[in-house]
Design a protein around this ligand. Structure first.
Ligand SMILES: C[S@@+](CC[C@H](N)C(=O)[O-])C[C@H]1O[C@@H](n2cnc3c(N)ncnc32)[C@H](O)[C@@H]1O
Length: 272
């Protein structure tokens, strides 16, 4: 059975994923481009927030994007069509039982998915099976332990911790960014290079204040309010104070920092 997905599939979360992708396009995608004719699997494409960028940046590559959620696939298809891209085929599939032949992809791309899985190494091993020898896998994950900000706030840190704990209880790991190299290694990939991608936000970068601090990170924490209170991890008042303090970091004298981790590995050994 698929792992429960802590953020849920509602419209506000879909918007948040697109805000996140929009704010981070250059930071995360600047060094990703696939050659003409390459066949690329995007695993866990969600509502297509990364898919549109991938398809735009590698217009002559052919993408196959899969997600376990039919609703998300439908939304992703619409977004890719609206962006005028015709180089993506969508399939509803669980990445643990992919409907593809072994070694049938030149490259694999997976972003913000492993953090939700109880068996991320097994997921990478499964993805490795459909990758041809010599092909690459790109893994992008965040790490909520990397969030720090000014003004600092114990209440904000406690609200973030609620999200980390909820994700842990759902079988995932919101601190997985720091494990990208170890899990790719354990899954058997070679020539792994992980690069930290730091988001630094102050009021001189208004597009990130809005697109990242408010609409990506703080919106994500706000999104678990009911679950955190229901689980007894916080009371409503304390949680709301934490969210208020996160919004406070988006004011004129505020600063917000966060780090994503992007790993690229190759498949050489047949054991992957
Ligand atoms: C946080 S979203 C990320 C979506 C997209 N990659 C992005 O960066 O915006 C995680 C996605 O992984 C999908 N997912 C979770 N478990 C999966 C599985 N076992 N097989 C396929 N997709 C899965 C969820 O349905 C969800 O759409």
């Amino acid at each position: 059975m698929a792992d429960p997905y802590v953020h849920g599939y509602h419209a506000r979360e879909h918007e948040r994923l697109h805000d996140q992708a929009g704010a981070l396009v250059d930071l995360l995608h600047s060094d990703t481009a696939y050659p003409s004719g390459a066949k690329v699997l995007e695993a866990g494409c969600g509502v297509g927030a990364q898919t549109v960028t991938l398809a735009q940046r590698s217009p002559d590559a052919r993408f196959v994007a899969v997600d376990v959620s039919a609703e998300s696939i439908a939304e992703a298809e619409r977004r890719v069509r609206d962006a005028g891209r015709a180089n993506v085929e969508f399939r509803q599939a669980d990445l643990f039982s992919l409907p593809f032949e072994a070694e049938s992809f030149d490259h694999v791309f997976v972003c913000f998915v492993l953090e939700h899985l109880s068996r991320p190494v097994a997921a990478l091993e499964t993805l490795g099976k459909v990758l041809r020898p010599g092909g690459t896998i790109t893994v992008i994950e965040g790490d909520h332990g990397s969030a720090y900000f000014h003004p600092d706030s114990a209440a904000a840190r406690a609200a973030i911790e609620c999200q980390v704990e909820l994700q842990r209880r759902a079988g995932g790991d919101a601190l997985i960014g720091r494990r990208v190299h170890p899990i790719m290694t354990e899954a058997g990939f070679d020539a792994i290079r992980v690069s930290p991608r730091m988001v630094y936000v102050d009021s001189s970068r208004p597009e990130l204040v809005d697109g990242f601090t408010r609409r990506t990170f703080t919106a994500m924490i706000e999104g678990v309010r009911e679950s955190a209170v229901a689980a007894g991890l916080s009371d409503a008042e304390s949680f709301d104070a934490g969210v208020r303090d996160l919004h406070r970091t988006a004011e004129a004298d505020g600063v917000f920092c966060y780090c994503f981790f992007k790993g690229v590995g190759e498949k050489w050994r047949s054991a992957v």
